[in-house]
Design a protein. Sequence first.
Length: 407
Amino acid sequence: MGMVEGHRRITPPDGMPVWDVDPYDPGILQNPLSYYSELRSKGEPVYLPRYSVLAVGRYETTQKVFSDHENFVSSRGVGLNDFKLEKPWRKPSIILEVDPPEHTRTRKVMARALSQKVVKGFAELFRDTAERIVDSVLEKGTIEAVSEFAEVFPTTVFPKAVGMHDSNARYLVDYGAMVFNAVGPDNEIRRRSMEKETEIVAWINGACARDRLSEDGLGARIYADADAGEITHDEASMLVRSFLSAGVDTTVTGIGSALWCLSQNPGEWERLKADPSLLRPAFDEVLRYTSPVHTFGRTAGRDTEIAGFPVEEGTKILCVLGAANMDPDKWEDPQSFRVDRRPRGHLGFGAGIHGCVGQNIARGELEAVLKVLIEKVDRIEPAGEAVWRPNNSIHALDTLPITFIPN
Ligand code: OVM
């Protein structure tokens, strides 16, 4: 059996479009727009011989495949490795890399811990932290907004929300990069982020233990559900690991990308300042426009079809969420950033039963940051070239020079 990147090599059916592209080329990962449009224009699905996978990028099909958990499973991994055939780099997540019925129980526990009601309890923490950071950047004037703003907010509030006794901002950010790079191929980008794997994984796993957590955070809520018998205590520590895997890099990216969107579109910044009811829609538009998670995969759990083409069991399908979020058949003038677009159905949080379970807290963080910005800042101006950082599944900035001008 021929293997490619940890999954079975497939033979595409006659007539399926074939494209000799490497979607994990650093240049494409940094500036993916022309790759997105070419992918959509080839037809669907497209066979990529480089990795022997299918790819979808038109909105309708991407949405459909990504949310069809019966045909396209998550339990075999959401990256290129087929967990049924090769051992994954870490123990599979018991919420992300699992299907119903197992998924249903852990999802329920996580959804309850991350409910709107719980997130409301963090409002003051989010607000105070946002004020402190914005005051400090206004004093500096010009900053590198990834390291001095975007990374600072989540690495300050998130460990407190989870209730971590000891936090390490560098480890949290670097672990996120590992987790998201690991869903891609074994390329240079993935290998580099794994260089400190042993050290970082040891720290992360240690931080998930009950005795490393306070009694009033998100972690304690999960362990309380273990006490109540809904999950085991080992499962509780795995769900805390999911917080640390998915909660930091994603929100760092969201903040950085929001600052980028608003600095590049001063008219939209003015509209947001004039109408705070646009805070939430503006964040959704940031997600649609920048797609922080640009690609996640699924595996055909049985023989099935996509857009009329047969798809055999074991086939990996790349769901290019970034391409779907820019599909002109779905979105009017998709390449314009509009704070009042209200992009219903965008795939920035995914879709279906695996749709982002942390989106309440992500929204709470972003809305707090944007609210303080519109209260204190007059203008947000580019102060140099923004550079994107290649990652196999996250589309994030590496450097973002920005000048903040106070009211
Ligand atoms: C996890 C997890 C959940 C969502 C995203 C993610 C790949 C990880 O449960 O570990 O990043």
